[in-house]
Design a binder for this molecule. Structure first.
Ligand code: PXG
Length: 288
């Protein structure tokens, strides 16, 4: 039995969920998307994800053509229709069908797609042992080219860095911005710990304003751990007492080696483990 995909106002079998080859989402990467988790049948931080989606669309002057509240309802409906308990939602809004020219305003109307699927969980071992990363040669998009806060359908900047990671035999790469400061990983935000204080780059350094990032910063505050947004350099990464990534897919995962430098004793640190557990409890509704 296949999935039901929401497309153009109705739920259809996944085999029938198709869009035009003239869609500018395909022709130009013109569109926006969100990746959202479902934990224990509840959509995680849906409002925050939708807010980011509508903000990204606004920057691109993409009219989604549906009120946020309605899109929230249709997303809930899609999750229910597929009996998703612990899963993953991909919300995609493309510019829609146009001609072969760039002009986005010649496109008919935005194309909305909602896919809700069961998630492929990362292996438990990843959280216990942490991950090895590299720093990428590919720098993050210049904010005057395409603002990194926009979660657009053009992920080539991140994909080029991801290829560097794969070539190096590791799952993630950390990217710097055009000024040499840490921006983020290809699909995750970055945090360091030094002297018991958590540091993370400010959004202006070239990162997506991660929903997980926000939740983890709040949880850390509640745990009495100071969180400082500060520009970080490659040096700061190498000498960190702890390093970790946050993101919808990864949640909170420790980094234990970077560019051949071991972090602390080569195991995820205490603060990382504490936040990872607190995040899990919060996501599954086991704590506030
Ligand atoms: N930076 C970038 C560039 C991202 O794409 C994050 C940070 C973390 O943001 P959130 O809001 O998720 O905490 C992302 C999000 C995947 C996957 O399958 C990646 C993301 C989202 C969903 C799935 O790798 N990246």
């Amino acid at each position: 039995m296949g999935l039901k995909v929401w497309i153009n106002g109705s739920l259809v079998d996944q085999a029938d969920a198709k869009i035009s080859v003239f869609d500018h989402g395909l022709l130009y990467g013109d569109g926006v998307f969100e990746g959202i988790r479902v934990y224990s049948s509840k959509i995680f931080e849906l409002d925050a994800h939708l807010r980011r989606l509508y903000e990204s669309a606004k920057v691109l002057r993409l009219d989604i053509g549906m009120m946020q509240k309605k899109l929230a309802e249709e997303t809930e409906k899609t999750v229910k229709a597929n009996n998703i308990i612990d899963g993953y939602i991909r919300l995609v809004v493309t510019r829609g069908v146009g001609d072969l020219g760039l002009n986005p305003f010649l496109c008919e109307k935005a194309q909305i797609i909602i896919i809700a699927d069961n998630i492929q969980l990362y292996p438990e071992e990843l959280y216990e042992n942490g991950v090895t990363v590299i720093t990428a040669c590919t720098i993050r998009n210049h904010p005057l080219a395409i603002p990194p806060q926009v979660k657009s359908l053009n992920y080539l900047n991140n994909i080029l860095a991801k290829i560097e990671a794969i070539d190096a035999g590791v799952p993630e790469a950390i990217m710097f911005n055009h000024e040499g400061f840490v921006a983020e990983a290809t699909g995750d935000n970055v945090f360091t710990v030094r002297n018991g204080i958590i540091y993370t780059p400010p959004i202006q350094a070239g990162s997506l304003e991660g929903i997980t990032r926000g939740v983890v910063m709040r949880i850390a505050g509640e745990e009495g751990i100071e969180v400082v947004e500060k520009n970080l350099t490659r040096f700061d990464l190498y000498i960190a007492e702890e390093l970790f990534l946050t993101g919808t897919a990864a949640e909170v995962v420790g980094i234990v080696e970077i560019d051949g430098r071991q972090i602390a004793d080569g195991k995820p640190g205490e603060i990382t483990k504490r936040l990872s557990k607190k995040f899990f409890d919060y996501a599954h509704g086991r704590s506030k």
